[in-house]
Design a binder for this molecule. Sequence first.
Ligand code: G6P
Length: 592
Amino acid sequence: MCGIIGYISQEKGVSKKIIHNLKKLEYRGYDSSGICLLKGNTFLVKKSVGEIAKLEQKLNFVDDFDCGIAHTRWATHGKVSLKNTHPHLSQDKCWAVVHNGIIENFLELSKLIKSKGVTLKSETDTETIVALMALQNGDDNIKKLNEVTSMLVGSYAICLLHKGEHALYVARRHSPLYIAKNDNSCMVSSDPVTFGEDYGTYYTLPDDCMAKVTVDKIDVYDKNLNKICVKPSEVGSFEKSAELGKYSFYAEKEISEIPKVIDTILSNYKIVDHFKKINKTFYSQIKKVKLIGCGTAYHACLMGAKYIQNYAHIEAQGYIASEFRYSKPLIDKNTLCIFVSQSGETADTLLSLELAKNMGAKTVAVVNVPYSSIAQKADVVLPLCAGMEVAVMSTKAYNAMLLVLMLLASHLSKFTESPQQFDYDVLKSVDFFKDVQKIDPITDLVLKSEKVFFIGRGEDYVTALEAGLKLKEITYINCVSIPSGELKHGTLSLVDNKSLVFMIATDKNLLAKNISSASEIKARGGKIVLVTNLDEIQSGDIDYVYQFDKITQKFSSIISIIPFQVLAYKTCLRLGYSPDKPRNLAKSVTVE
Ligand code: G6P
């Protein structure tokens, strides 16, 4: 979603550096962008709707600015327009702001601001921040910022410029913000991925804190205005791993990295004992497990719940984070809550984590971004080791989530009477992309159909959900995923000779039941593509069989999704859409 860059330098001509780094945030999703440059008392603001490249074209002036803020906006309050694009200036033109997050009480604040005779120009919640800054009296800008942030309800990461000052003012609550410094510049960013080229270390601004950033120093304050010390973190290989290399799209690159990611997880979990804190005493205190996430991560939660229940014999259930928060969950110290997230910043997942912690649960984070808020707040962190994921459609992170959750489930099973120790090294010899070229004719079938369905039972139903999500999010094809057994309870009425049904079948014991579902579909004229690793398929009702590598049933859930990831990618290209940046979606959903 929205992205923030703030930059202050001893040298003039900062716009190039700012735009270069703003582009590194493009992957998060945005629909407009803007920049505000400052030199002494002069502000220069440029904005553009659409690609950052359009904003860049507007920067055709002599750049002798030494300070600036910039933003990629993903519209929440107010439509996509130049007027609503950040940065926003205060009416007296003394303050400029960029903001990530949502100010929930902005209507109330707007009324207050208008009652003081100030006009607001945009429809955004953000503009209230600069308006309030301008209404504060006194000379101490940190004090003013503290005053203003104490009035804000909701989440924010903000970066401000003040006329006549060579400084950046920043503050945050629930939205991440980072600051890096070298000998002649400082950069503020909503994602440390921007720091790799110029900085060795960076600081994470703590929640509910503010800072004044100049070229010489970073002064951080808590909400009681006490100066606080923040430990720096190294800019690691994760932040540097976003290069596209030889690939045309990140989606393609990230799908192709799946075997490497699986390998890395297996090696990393052998070397590092990530389960150290999850010992026998920990296990004996767990009465139930709740797995919480959004989107693809939610599907990983559903699968993880099956692994934990089957291998560790503890009642486990997956929840959508935005539902979980308002479901009055029954949580106590005997509940293990597992938060699954690629970015570690998804607002609903993060707020669910806070809720669970406040209710006394044990918390585990299964996350990819090592410095993320969820990773920082959970009791135990199980890293996904997937490297940076840029494409909005999450692929390699999903396979990684399943493997890590399976490792966790088999670790928990050690404390039961029937430990489940698997030969994970089998995964190293899998041909993950076996017969992947056979997906082209299936793409033809998808493009010829009017309706697409994904069905399966047990773990295969979860794969059906994730397969449907992959296809719809980047091809805009409307599709339905349901358990095979539910077909005749409603959805079968949709099936006709324009329908294509993907049936996922990896469990020998459920094969006969799947074949009878196939007959029901065939009888209504639907075409069936069976995706399986089984050999025993003998049914005249199946139109096309896609067979993936014959991996043992235990691991098939980790592999069976790959053909669907490839199918979505190929179909998207055939339709001429962008596989990395689907319309209306963002990589990291940092607002509720
Ligand atoms: C967004 C992304 C999805 C992702 C979901 C959860 O909707 O577009 O691909 O699955 O957020 O993200 P997380 O970072 O928490 O896994």
